[in-house]
Design a protein. Structure first.
Length: 446
């Protein structure tokens, strides 16, 4: 019996490593897709593009940008350091841009991406769903009370950021016009999906310049600003550890009366697919209304869409079930199609040579000054308004992040995710307000 056992143990030891490697391979995932299946799908799409069988329409376009987007987003989430500074957005935008620069994307794939992004107008659909869904999905109590609480730090921080940016920009030889509209506003505009994309639509309509030419000029400021804000968040965390009297460890107001806002429930009902269909109709209708009203008001349709959604939410006139459907659609699109959209932006709207030409030492100095001024003012205003300075600086600083993704990155770096409701106020309402103001000013002074 013992001899038999001695013979079996070595055999088992020899078989375990291959079994372990195979199990590791089969259990690995790219995003939510199992690795073996991902490789099969990628091979099919790649071969179709190589042999000219990839449809140059929505089907082929979605296939290419999704297969690339989930891979690049996953890499951005896993690479050390990069994952802490908005890695998925950086990877999904810059890698395709580099591939285009070096002609590494074949013509069939390029035609398919162009078809889904431009011909089928996926870009505008994404913007509509994100803007309308994110605003209608906010808890109204958080919207009203949170904005009242954040109003002074947000206003003062924004003024300080603009002033500092204009001053540093002037010192480095930038015009006030370029510094304000093309560096400062992209940083404090609320991210890429909810900020830069509708901003680029407004700019394009006023300046009569193709939107793709503008996006490449706007994105670098937002990405670099987000990196600076994350670094500052880490430094604020250390400051709170060294001087505990400056932080509430996730509590914003010293009296503790922000608990009602933090405990307010958002839309947490089960997903209802027919309601999501209604949400798609509502998002598209807001965008159509913006285009309809634009000739009469004189403001680009995308900006009217943002303003209208905020008014509807504030007045509480949208049926709760419709808000639920619009919000769940927003969650689906933002969680499933953001990195694929970034791939499309990288391929078509972010020419590498323009990005490299844009980012100079002076440019970096302007971006850093904007973020530092905003967070510093938030710190000191917080002390005057019975807020904890560290938390006030962090929430104000989220106004300079990459939208919801930036909020997560900034608050994660400071280990204060409890502040997310206030960060959303700072990002969404603050960002939307700046986009509206910027477009109106550009129309008056371009």
């Amino acid at each position: 019996m013992s001899m038999a056992m001695k013979k079996e143990v070595p055999n088992q030891g020899k078989e375990t490593p291959p079994s372990g490697l195979f199990s590791l391979f089969t259990n690995a995932k790219v995003g939510v897709v199992p690795l073996p299946l991902y490789l099969v799908l990628a091979a099919v799409i790649f071969l179709a593009s190589m042999y000219g069988k990839l449809p140059a329409d929505m089907i082929g376009g979605f296939a290419v940008i999704i297969i690339m987007g989930i891979l690049l987003g996953e890499i951005g989430l896993k690479v050390p350091i990069l994952k802490e500074i908005g890695g998925p957005a950086i990877m999904a935008i810059m890698v395709p841009s580099i591939m285009v620069f070096y002609n590494l994307i074949n013509p069939s794939a390029l035609k398919a991406i162009t078809a889904v992004m431009k011909t089928s107008n996926f870009l505008y659909l994404y913007i509509s769903v994100l803007v309308v869904g994110s605003i209608l999905g906010m808890n109204r109590k958080v919207l009203v009370q949170g904005f009242m609480r954040m109003f002074v730090p947000l206003i003062v921080g924004t003024v300080a950021a603009i002033s500092a940016g204009l001053l540093v920009g002037t010192l480095f030889g930038y015009t006030i016009h370029r510094t304000f509209f093309f560096i400062i506003i992209p940083i404090i505009g609320g991210g890429i999906g909810e900020g830069i994309l509708p901003l680029s639509i407004g700019y394009a309509a006023i300046l009569k310049i193709p939107q793709e030419a503008l996006i490449g000029q706007l994105i670098p400021a937002a990405v670099i600003g987000n990196i600076v804000a994350i670094v500052c968040a880490g430094l604020l965390k250390r400051l709170g550890e060294k001087k505990p009297e400056l932080t509430g460890n996730g509590v914003l107001v010293k009296s503790g009366d922000d608990s009602e806002v933090l405990n307010a429930k958002g839309i947490d009902k089960p997903i209802d697919f027919p309601l999501m269909g209604a949400g798609l109709l509502i998002a598209c209708s807001f965008f159509v209304f913006g285009n309809l009203a634009s000739p009469f008001i004189g403001i680009p349709g995308a900006i009217i869409m943002i303003f209208t959604a905020a008014i509807v939410k504030y007045l509480n006139i949208m049926p709760a079930s419709m808000e639920q459907g619009t919000f769940h659609l927003y969650k689906f699109v933002s969680s499933s199609l953001t990195w694929p959209l970034m791939v499309g932006l990288g391929v078509l709207y972010t020419p590498l040579k323009d990005v490299v030409a844009t980012v100079t030492p002076g440019y970096l100095a302007v971006v850093a000054s904007v973020v530092l001024a905003m967070m510093t003012s938030g710190f000191f205003i917080g002390r005057l308004m019975n807020m904890y300075p560290v938390e006030s600086a962090l929430v104000t600083g989220c106004h300079s992040g990459l939208g919801g993704t930036g909020d997560v990155a900034i608050l994660s770096a400071s280990n204060r995710m409890e502040l997310m409701p206030f960060a959303q106020i700072s990002t969404r309402i603050g960002g939307a307000s700046m986009i509206v103001i910027a477009v109106v000013l550009l129309k008056l002074y371009h």
